[in-house]
Write a protein that binds this ligand. Structure first.
Ligand SMILES: [Zn+2]
Length: 750
C-alpha cells in the first residue's frame, strides 16, 4: 500500500471507522446516509453543535464530518437564535445564501467555490445534499449540509472543537465599541492571493503581573536551623559547654545508625566543649580541653568522609582539632554528646531542601528551590490536566508533602513531596503550554516559566499518540505540499510546511520531556519554509491533519501507518570489519548491497524500511534487534558474507531461527523464499537453509528474521562476484523480490 492512500485510509477509518470506542458524541446505530447517489453507513460519532455554549438542535439530520470538516444543516444552525444569520435557498441553482451583518456568502451544492461578498473563495469540502436513509421505508428529506467552520469564520464567529465530546463550539463576535486599537499581539494578514483568514497569535493566557506576584506560595522548613544558602556543609550543634578538666581523645569509631553515617569520638573523661566551622567539603571540630591521641585516619569506602585528620591545635587550653574531609558539600553534620559526655557523636545526613517558593518575576512565574543542590533535575510534561513534573534527584526535602493553589500567568497550582528516598518531586499544575528553563546556582535551583516563543502551539499526550495542536484559525496550509522527513537515526522527525508560518506559530523551542517527545522546535529553513522538528524518544511518525481548531500534528507508531515494515541490517560496520579478504572487507560488501536494496524499497513506496546503518558505522547487535522490535517490524533482513579456512567452500545460504514452519509467517518460511529467489538470481551455489538459534539478531528479534550469507569471500570465484557492482545489484533485486513474495504469501493483515 502506498503512503498517501494509507494516510487517507487512516483518516477515513478515524472518521467513519467502526472500531473507534464511543463516548461523548453519539453514534447512531444503523445510521445510513445517501450522498452523491451512494448509500453508506455513517458509524462515526455525530457532532454536537453549540452556539455560545448552548446545544443547537439539528433536527432530523445531525452534524457529520466529511473529509475532516464538520457539515451542519443549513437553516438549523445558521438561523438559530445564537448565530442569528439569515439563510436563503435557491432550489433551481441549488444555492444557499447566508447573510450576517454586512457579509454575504453564496455556496452551491457540490461546488468547492464559495463567494464571500462576491469574491471567490476555495472550500475544503463542498456543501452536500445528504439524506438520512437509515430506514429505507421512511427516508428523511434531503438536507443541505454546509461546512460549519468556513461559514462561521467568514462571518466573524470563532469555532472551537472538543475531540472528547465531538462538540463544535461557536462563539459569536463581540461588537467592537470603538475603532479597534492596534493589537499588541502580531496580526498577520493573508498574502492577497486568495486572502486566507486573518491569523492572530494568542500568546500567553494572562498578561503579567497576575495575583501570584502579590501572593507567592512560600514553604519553609519550620526549624530555622535549616541549611544555609551557601552551598557548603552545615553543622547543627546543641551542645552545652561546661568548664571541666582536660581529657584525652583516644579513639574514633565509624558506624551506620538508622542509615546515617556517624563517627563516635571517645574520651577518657567528660568533654567540655566543641567549637566548629565549615569550609568547602570540610567540617572542622575543635574539642576544647582535650589532648589528641587519635592520629589521622583515611577512609576508602566511607559514604561521607575520605579522611579525618587530627592535630593538637592548641596547648592552652589543650585543644584537639579534627578535620573531616567530606566527599561532597551536601551534608548536615549534627553534634551530640553521650549522657556521660565521654563520647562525642558526629552524625551526617544529606542536606535537605528547606525552602520552595512559587512566585512571579518580570519573565513570568517561577519556582525557586533552596537548600540542597540537586544532582540533577528531570522534567517532563503530563496532560489532562496539564502538569509539569520536576524531579530533583539526590535531594531530601525538609518541606514534606505540600499543596497549594496559585494564580500565576500559567501556574495554577503546585505540589511537592519526597518522591523517592533520594528524589524530591515538585509538580506545577499548568494552564496551557508554557515554556520553562531550569538553572542552578549553588544551592538554589530556579525553574522559570515563560510564555512560549511559539504561539498557537499546544502539546498534549493523550493515550499513546503524542499530539501537537497547531491552533491557528487558518485554512491556509496546503496539506498535499507538506513534506515529512523521518530522521530516526538522530531521533528527529521533521515536518516541512510549504511556506513561511513563523508569523502564525512563532519560532523557537518548546521543552516537553515526557516519555515520547523531548522537544518541539519551529525553525525557518533557507528556502523560507517552516520546519517543525520533533525530537523524540520513540519511533513516531508525525502527520499534519486538519483539526477542528486548525491543524494537529499527530504522532503515529509505524504499525498504525504501514502495513509492511522491514528492517534491513547491513552486517558489521565501523570498527567491526567482519570477514576480510585482502583489502576487501565484509562490512563494505554488506552495506553496498543494503543500499542497492534500499533503492528498490524507496522506489516501491509500499514499505516502511528502517536501516540499522546506511554508513560505515559500528552498531551493536542489541541496537539492531532493539530497533526492529521497537518499530514493530514485520521482517528483519540481515545481510552478511561468509568466509572459512577452506578456499574451496563456496555458495549462498540463508540462516534462520528454528521454531516455525514454512506454512506460516516465520523465520524459516521467509528464509525459504529468500533462498529460492537469491540462488537462481545470483547464480551462486545453493548451500540451503541453516538453522542458527544462537545468532543474536535471529534470537532477539521478535519478528521473522533471516540472515543472508551471500557468498564466501574466502573463495576466489565467489569473491570476484561479490565485489562486482552488477552482481550486488542482482542480489539486492532478488532480496527485494523475496521480500515482496513474503508479504504476498503472508499478508500482515494491517
Ligand atoms: Zn558477517
Amino acid at each position: 500500500m502506498r503512503r498517501a492512500p494509507m494516510i487517507w485510509l487512516l483518516v477515513f477509518c478515524m472518521l467513519l471507522g467502526t472500531l473507534q470506542p464511543v463516548s461523548g458524541g453519539e453514534v447512531r446505530p444503523g445510521f445510513k446516509i445517501k450522498m452523491d447517489g451512494v448509500v453508506q453507513a455513517y458509524s462515526a460519532r455525530t457532532v454536537t453543535v453549540q452556539v455560545a455554549g448552548k446545544d443547537i438542535p439539528t433536527g432530523d439530520m445531525p452534524a457529520i464530518i466529511l473529509d475532516g470538516r464538520t457539515l451542519v444543516p443549513l437553516r438549523e444552525v445558521f438561523e438559530s437564535d445564537g448565530f442569528g444569520a439569515k439563510v436563503a435557498w435557491n432550489a433551481d441553482k441549488k444555492e444557499a445564501t447566508v447573510t450576517y451583518g454586512s457579509t454575504t456568502i453564496v455556496m452551491a451544492i457540490d461546488s468547492t467555490t464559495a463567494y464571500v461578498d462576491g469574491k471567490p473563495q476555495k472550500l475544503d469540502v463542498a456543501p452536500k445534499l445528504v439524506q438520512d436513509v437509515s430506514d429505507p421505508a421512511k427516508p428523511g428529506s434531503g438536507k443541505t449540509m454546509i461546512p460549519l467552520r468556513f461559514v462561521s469564520e467568514q462571518l466573524g464567529h470563532a469555532v472551537s472543537w472538543d475531540p472528547g465530546t465531538y462538540t463544535a463550539g461557536i462563539t459569536p463576535p463581540v461588537p467592537e465599541p470603538e475603532p479597534a486599537p492596534a493589537p499588541e499581539s502580531p496580526v498577520v494578514a493573508g498574502d492577497g492571493a486568495g486572502d486566507p483568514p486573518v491569523l492572530v497569535a494568542d500568546g500567553a493566557h494572562r498578561s503579567l503581573p497576575t495575583a501570584l506576584l502579590q501572593a507567592p506560595v512560600i514553604w519553609s522548613a519550620g526549624t530555622g536551623t535549616a541549611a544555609p544558602s551557601v552551598d557548603r556543609p552545615s553543622v547543627e550543634s546543641g551542645l552545652e559547654a561546661r568548664e571541666l578538666d582536660p581529657v584525652e581523645l583516644q579513639a574514633v569509631e565509624y558506624s551506620l545508625k538508622d542509615g546515617k553515617p556517624r563517627f563516635e569520638v571517645r574520651a577518657d573523661g567528660p568533654i567540655s566543649r566543641v567549637d566548629h566551622l565549615v569550609l568547602d567539603k570540610k567540617v572542622v571540630l575543635d574539642v576544647v580541653q582535650a589532648k589528641n591521641a587519635l592520629g589521622n585516619r583515611s577512609y576508602g569506602d566511607n559514604p561521607v568522609a575520605t579522611a579525618i585528620r587530627t592535630s593538637q591545635y592548641a596547648e592552652t587550653p589543650p585543644t584537639t582539632r579534627m578535620v573531616f574531609d567530606l566527599k561532597e558539600n551536601a551534608q548536615v553534620c549534627t553534634l551530640s554528646l553521650s549522657a556521660d559526655r565521654k563520647t562525642l557523636v558526629v552524625e551526617f545526613a544529606p542536606k535537605a531542601i528547606n525552602r520552595i517558593v512559587l512566585g512571579q518575576n518580570d519573565k513570568g512565574d517561577y519556582i525557586q528551590v533552596e537548600g540542597m543542590a540537586p544532582t540533577g533535575v528531570d522534567s517532563f510534561r503530563l496532560s489532562g490536566p496539564d502538569r509539569i513534573v520536576f524531579d530533583l534527584t539526590g535531594t531530601k526535602s525538609a518541606i514534606g508533602k505540600q499543596e497549594a493553589q496559585a494564580q500565576g500567568q500559567f501556574v495554577l497550582g503546585i505540589r511537592t513531596d519526597q518522591f523517592t528516598e533520594t528524589t524530591t518531586r515538585i509538580v506545577a499544575v499548568m494552564d496551557g503550554t508554557a515554556d520553562y528553563t531550569v538553572t542552578r546556582n549553588g544551592s538554589t535551583t530556579l525553574i522559570q516559566f515563560m510564555a512560549s516563543t511559539l504561539t498557537n502551539v499546544q502539546y498534549t499526550s493523550s493515550g499513546k499518540n503524542p499530539l501537537i495542536g497547531l491552533g491557528a484559525r487558518s485554512n491556509s496550509i496546503d496539506l498535499a505540499g507538506v513534506r515529512y522527513v523521518d530522521d530516526y537515526e538522530d531521533g528527529k522527525f521533521t515536518v516541512v510546511l510549504p511556506g513561511d508560518y513563523s508569523q502564525v506559530f512563532g519560532a523557537g523551542d518548546l521543552a516537553i520531556n515526557d516519555s515520547s517527545v523531548g522537544s518541539i522546535e519551529l525553525v525557518q529553513d533557507s528556502a523560507g519554509r517552516t520546519n517543525i522538528v520533533v525530537r523524540q524518544k520513540e519511533y513516531y511518525e508525525f502527520r499534519l491533519e486538519e483539526a477542528e481548531d486548525g491543524y494537529q500534528l499527530k504522532g503515529y507508531k509505524p504499525r498504525e501507518l504501514y502495513s509492511r515494515i522491514v528492517v534491513v541490517d547491513a552486517g558489521h560496520g565501523g570498527s567491526d570489519p567482519g570477514a576480510t579478504a585482502g583489502s576487501v572487507k565484509e562490512k563494505a560488501l554488506n552495506l553496498s548491497m543494503a543500499l542497492y536494496l534500499k533503492a528498490h524499497f524507496d522506489a516501491s513506496g509500499d514499505y516502511k524500511v528502517y536501516y540499522t546503518r546506511t554508513t560505515d558505522v559500528y552498531k551493536t547487535l542489541q541496537y539492531r534487534a532493539d530497533l526492529a522490535n521497537t518499530v514493530g517490524a514485520d521482517l528483519f533482513i540481515s545481510i552478511h558474507n561468509n568466509a572459512t579456512s577452506s578456499s574451496s567452500v563456496n555458495g549462498l545460504e540463508t540462516l534462520y531461527m528454528p521454531g516455525g514452519t514454512v506454512d506460516v509467517m516465520s523465520s524459516i518460511a521467509a528464509a525459504r523464499i529468500f533462498q529460492d529467489n537469491l540462488v537462481p538470481a545470483t547464480g551462486m551455489a545453493n548451500r540451503g537453509l541453516k538453522s542458527r538459534e544462537g545468532l543474536y539478531v535471529l534470537r532477539n528479534t521478535k519478528m521473522p528474521a533471516v540472515l543472508l550469507e551471500i557468498g564466501f569471500m574466502s573463495n576466489a570465484a565467489d569473491l570476484s562476484k561479490l565485489v562486482d557492482a552488477s552482481f550486488q545489484k542482482k542480489a539486492a533485486a532478488a532480496m527485494f523480490e523475496a521480500a515482496e513474495k513474503v508479504f504476498v504469501r503472508f499478508p500482515t493483515g494491517r
